[in-house]
Design a protein around this ligand. Structure first.
Ligand code: ADP
Ligand code: MG
Length: 337
């Protein structure tokens, strides 16, 4: 039976929503007067790894708790594989794997027993329990710690046990709350690689406050601050929105700097040019040319240089940095609010 018929193909599945495995509309959560999640809307398609990127307190964990059914929304709609979380909470939970923040686990259980316990909670019985444990242990490479108690495991292994329980029932949607938090660089790399390996058929949402992580694992990023969605796009799209994207730096001798600046200022699409003394060599000048709207002016700058025959020692085009965009978006938000 196909997924659609298994779900009884709800009428609300329009052509667009068939693609979305997670659909969140106008999601809001208040704690008393305080709004932790403020009118969030987004969709996640199969194969996507979507990163929730935001500072501490942004509302990432709260959003994840609502998507996984551990916390009720104050307002808004959540659908998972076309099922509404309010009307079909059990069915939704069957389709979701969740690695909670800090991943609480039973420390005195062995990996084997813990996964067996989760399998039972997930409703598996008999031989299927062991099949599920074995598959998860293989996937997360946990064989060597199968009979070790969880409290004695390294952080990296503990996290992998947490991921093993999240994928045990082969869910369509994975929600991973800061899956690499507190791990060393090697362990981070391993967990990111695992997420990418698992990603192909699933929809994955991970939260992180590490900007490089978004670039490393996510096909899309949602930047969240103060419960609000500030940006949604691929890492590349987002980087083009960063101030300084496609800024061109030219290094030239002090004697030619004025002529070069004058020639460049005649180019169309140039927003500004500033000139500073080179830090590497006091006889050189660095011209920093900012384009309008992040446009790529490298070709026209190169053409101009060869036309004018002005000597340029170096030319370099800068990419926007996610970090810069993040600061732009989050500080504007703070100042405005
Ligand atoms: N149960 C709660 N009661 C009151 N405030 C809460 C509760 N849970 C979270 N908050 C507040 O909501 C905001 C968002 O928290 P959280 O979702 O954990 O952020 P993030 O995961 O992005 O760091 C924070 O200001 C936090 O203090
Ligand atoms: Mg959190």
């Amino acid at each position: 039976m196909g997924l659609l018929s298994a779900l009884g193909a709800p009428k609300s599945w329009g052509e667009k929503s068939v693609q979305a495995m997670v659909s969140v509309s106008n999601l809001t959560r208040k704690f008393g007067e305080f709004t932790a999640v403020d009118d969030l809307s987004f969709k996640v398609a199969p194969g996507e790894v979507v990163g929730f990127l935001g500072p501490n307190g942004a509302g990432k964990s709260t959003t994840m708790k609502m998507i996984t059914g551990f916390l009720a929304a104050t307002a808004g709609q959540i659908e998972v594989c076309g099922l509404n979380i309010d009307t079909d909470p059990k069915q939704v939970k069957q389709r979701i794997g969740y690695l909670p923040e800090g991943a609480p686990m039973y420390g005195d259980m062995t990996t084997q027993r813990f996964l067996g316990f989760i399998a039972q909670v997930r409703g598996y019985r008999g031989a299927e329990i062991n099949n599920r444990i074995d598959a998860a242990i293989e996937r997360l490479e946990l064989e060597e710690v199968r009979y070790q108690t969880i409290e004695t495991l390294s952080k990296g292994f503990k996290r992998r046990v947490g991921l093993a329980q999240a994928i045990l029932h082969d869910p369509s949607v994975l929600v991973l709350d800061e899956p690499t938090d507190g791990l060393d660089p090697n362990q981070k790399y391993q967990v990111r690689k695992l997420i990418k390996d698992i990603a192909s058929e699933k929809a994955i949402i991970i939260s992180t406050h590490i900007l490089e992580e978004v670039d490393a694992v996510c096909s899309r990023a949602l930047i969240i601050a103060r419960g609000r969605l500030l940006a949604d796009g691929t890492p590349t799209e987002l980087m083009t929105r960063a101030e300084g994207h496609n800024t061109i730096e030219l290094v030239t001798g002090a004697a030619q700097a004025d002529a070069l600046q004058q020639a460049l200022s005649g180019l169309s699409g140039v927003a500004s040019i500033d000139t500073t003394i080179s830090r590497d060599n006091a006889d050189n000048r660095v011209l920093r040319l900012r384009p309008n709207d992040g446009a790529d002016l490298l070709d026209s700058v190169n053409a101009l240089i060869s036309e004018t025959n002005l000597p340029v020692q170096q030319i370099h085009r800068q990419q926007g940095r996610m970090e810069q965009l993040f600061r732009q978006l989050t500080t504007t938000d703070t100042e405005a609010g």
